[in-house]
Design a protein around this ligand. Sequence first.
Ligand SMILES: Nc1ncnc2c1ncn2[C@@H]1O[C@H](COP(=O)(O)OP(=O)(O)OP(=O)(O)O)[C@@H](O)[C@H]1O
Ligand SMILES: [Mg+2]
Length: 296
Amino acid sequence: MLNWLKLRTRPVALRRPPRGPLVTIERVSKRFGRGRGAVQALEPVDLTLDRGTTTAIVGPSGCGKSTLLRIAAGLETASAGSVLIDGEPPQQMRVRGEIAVAFQEAALLPWRTVDSNVRLARRLARMPPDQQAVDRLLGLVGLAGFEKARPAALSGGMRQRAAIARCLATEPRMLLLDEPFGAVDELTRRRLNLELPRLWTDGSTTTLLVTHSIQEAVLLSDEIVVMTPRPGQIDQRIAVSLPRPRTAALIESPAFLEIARTVGRALGIDSADTPGREQTDRHQPQPPKSAREAAA
Ligand SMILES: Nc1ncnc2c1ncn2[C@@H]1O[C@H](COP(=O)(O)OP(=O)(O)OP(=O)(O)O)[C@@H](O)[C@H]1O
Ligand SMILES: [Mg+2]
């Protein structure tokens, strides 16, 4: 019975080689509200995500990154345009438990323990229980010993790490992460940046990640999408052709620093800064791209 379940939960589709687009975002725009109080969060955005790749979205605060992620997850409706994941709307994949989402604020069930939150995610994704896998994940995110703690007894960073473990426990086809390490201390963040991608870069998971850290974007992604200030549009797409697995030594390499500098420049951060460590939200909001072009 268990073997049958194991086979059933690892469909052949997951083993497909990373080739071709999995996600197609076409002319997606978003306007919140109506009339004079309306907020145009996104101008039409076109983006394709190839199977098995990781794409990082960076841009100034309020430019629509979370909105785009929520639309890609099927949690928010676009005002216009469409999102297709493997040819179908994201809602359908989410219902099947094939999309995992971790937000800026970790959302754990407060009455359940850490361990139980992670196990529940597997159950909801109709996966067989696998305590070993759950323990391994909790160990990886540094929560060994806190399995029986309830979220209220954890720090913000610990809650965030528990939420990441919960996401990864379902071995999703599509992983959507919104500043997943925002509340995590710098040392742990670095460790997670180096270790966690090993779990989702085996070719079966396509990841879309929002981050304010240029260094994190370069470390984790195959491509960085730089957005303009609100209303958000894609300003630049920057390829990150660095070998995997990415190591701590790579961060100091000229190739890494060059990409970080390119991203920093795209965000309007002074190149005299150390862009590898720069946070994208330190940058002063700029006028939209169209206005910058008009001024040029
Ligand atoms: N539910 C909502 N109702 C009204 N306006 C909203 C809503 N959600 C987002 N917005 C507005 O849309 C714009 C984009 O918000 P979004 O949260 O996507 O930005 P962001 O790029 O993720 O910012 P940050 O980096 O600060 O997280 C903002 O101006 C925000 O005020
Ligand atoms: Mg956000």
